[in-house]
Structure formats: structure tokens, C-alpha cells
Write a protein that binds this ligand. Structure first.
Ligand SMILES: C[S@@+](CC[C@H](N)C(=O)[O-])C[C@H]1O[C@@H](n2cnc3c(N)ncnc32)[C@H](O)[C@@H]1O
Length: 241
């Protein structure tokens, strides 16, 4: 029998590959699709957070990362992170209530108060320094600050700390209020100075936060801290006169 090989130019394969591409390269909206198509446990998220999740969490996909989410609710968001980040992620949910019914492969849940340093230390001891921390717990200013102050220095040196629902920083029932001294938004504003302390000409001493933080991102209701190693800073002038 004669085998007939169709005569096709290289463009055929190019177009064929392009046709298949979406199957292999998930689009940047993948997390959004996972959320929209969720038919598992309930997830409760503001929709405008999704582009920021994509931007800050994508680099951990398929990596052996530890993600800690404060606030489990119905367990759905823990499943979302597992689906999004892939088979190597260890997801850890923290909640003041017993949420152990939502545990599954790759998803551990520990019960405790997000403002209790002994409890938080036990989570770090058990799972190692987190790469991603999402604070979606009580949203009480005192609690948000306590978790951040304890966990931020103890997370991975290239980690990302995502504080959500900071509209509560403006609401008295959460300990908030516009420009009230001890809200997490005010604390974050001060951390901008600490980020830039190397340039403050002695007015502000650099801290561990200065040395370990690459960036702070603010957007509606959220503050995101990216950690990373600083190389010696220098400026360059390049080009023709
Ligand atoms: C907004 S829900 C979490 C929603 C969930 N992350 C999601 O996306 O579907 C808040 C959760 O925080 C928990 N919580 C409240 N106060 C807490 C505290 N002090 N420490 C830990 N968890 C707390 C509540 O029990 C509740 O399950």
C-alpha cells in the first residue's frame, strides 16, 4: 500500500500549531475562568481582585510553594488556589472556626486566631515559610496588623503578602476611620517611607522591611507587598551627548 503524504508548506504547521496553542498555553484570565466556572465549594471574592491575583501569584504556578490563606469560610477559595497553582502547591487555610471538613489532598486547615502569634508560629513551623499569604480573615484592623507584623518577616524572602478588603480600614466597626492612626492603610502608608529609607539622608533608619521588600502595591481595597533580595543600588547615565 502506498502512503500518501500531503504536500503542505511550513505555514501549514505554523497555523496548525497556532490552532492548538490555546490548549497548551492557558490564557492570563485562567484564574478568572476557574472562579467563574466554579461548581465546587463556595468562594467569596470581589471580582476586581482577580487581575491582581493573576499578576502577583502566577509566578508560583507549578512551583513547590506554600500558600496560606487567612479566612476559610466555605473552603472554595482554597480549592481555587490549588487548581490555579497546580500539583506542587501546599495550600493552608487558617480560620478561627473549625473548618476541617474542607481539608483534602494539598489543602490543610488549621484552627486558630489570626492575631495569635503562638498559633501563627505553629503554622510556620509545620509548613515552612509561606510564599504567598492572603489575609481574608476578620478584616479587623488589630488582627490584620498583628498577622502582618508576625508573618511578614517569617515568610519566604521572595514571597508576596496580599491584604484584601481594606475598605474596612475606613469603617469604624472594623477599627477603621479616614486617616485614623492605627488602620492598616495608615500603617501601609508609613511603610512607603520605610521602603525608601535608604534615600532619607538619615531621617529614617533602614529596617528589615527596607532590606526585604521590593514593592508595595495599592489598589481598591487591597495592599500587596512583594519581598525580594536587593542588589546594591546605583544609577547609570547611558547614551550619546
Ligand atoms: C471573608 S471570610 C473568608 C472568605 C474566603 N477566603 C473566600 O474567599 O471564600 C472570613 C473568614 O475569616 C474567619 N475569621 C474571622 N475572624 C478570624 C480570626 N480572628 N482569625 C482567623 N479567622 C478568622 C471567619 O470564620 C471566616 O471564615
Amino acid at each position: 500500500m502506498r502512503t500518501v503524504i500531503p504536500k503542505v508548506g511550513p505555514r501549514f504547521y505554523e497555523y496548525r500549531c497556532m490552532w492548538f496553542l490555546p490548549l497548551y498555553h492557558a490564557p492570563m484570565t485562567e484564574l478568572w475562568s476557574l472562579f467563574q466556572n466554579n461548581d465546587g465549594n463556595i468562594i467569596h471574592k470581589w471580582t476586581h481582585y482577580f487581575p491582581a491575583y493573576e499578576e502577583h501569584f502566577s509566578r508560583f504556578k507549578n512551583r513547590p510553594a506554600v500558600l496560606v490563606e487567612i479566612g476559610v469560610f466555605k473552603g472554595g477559595s482554597l480549592e481555587l488556589w490549588k487548581k490555579f497553582l497546580g500539583p506542587r502547591v501546599q495550600v493552608v487555610g487558617i480560620d478561627i472556626e473549625d473548618k476541617s471538613e474542607y481539608e483534602q489532598d494539598q489543602i490543610a486547615i488549621r484552627q486558630g486566631d489570626q492575631s495569635d502569634p503562638v498559633f501563627l508560629q505553629s503554622v510556620v513551623d509545620e509548613f515552612g515559610p509561606p510564599d504567598i499569604i492572603i489575609d481574608d480573615g476578620s478584616h479587623q484592623m488589630e488582627h490584620v496588623t498583628a498577622s502582618f507584623e508576625f508573618l511578614y518577616p517569617r515568610m519566604s524572602p521572595t514571597g508576596v503578602y496580599f491584604v484584601e478588603d481594606m475598605h474596612t480600614a475606613y469603617w469604624p466597626e472594623y477599627g477603621g476611620g479616614l486617616r485614623k492612626a492605627d488602620t492598616f492603610i495608615e500603617k501601609s502608608k508609613h511603610l512607603i517611607d520605610e521602603l525608601n529609607a535608604d534615600h532619607a539622608r538619615g531621617a529614617l533608619a533602614p529596617t528589615d522591611f527596607t532590606r526585604s521588600t521590593l514593592s508595595i502595591h495599592f489598589f481598591d481595597s487591597c495592599v500587596i507587598f512583594e519581598k525580594g533580595r536587593h542588589l546594591p543600588k546605583h544609577d547609570l547615565m547611558i547614551g550619546k551627548e
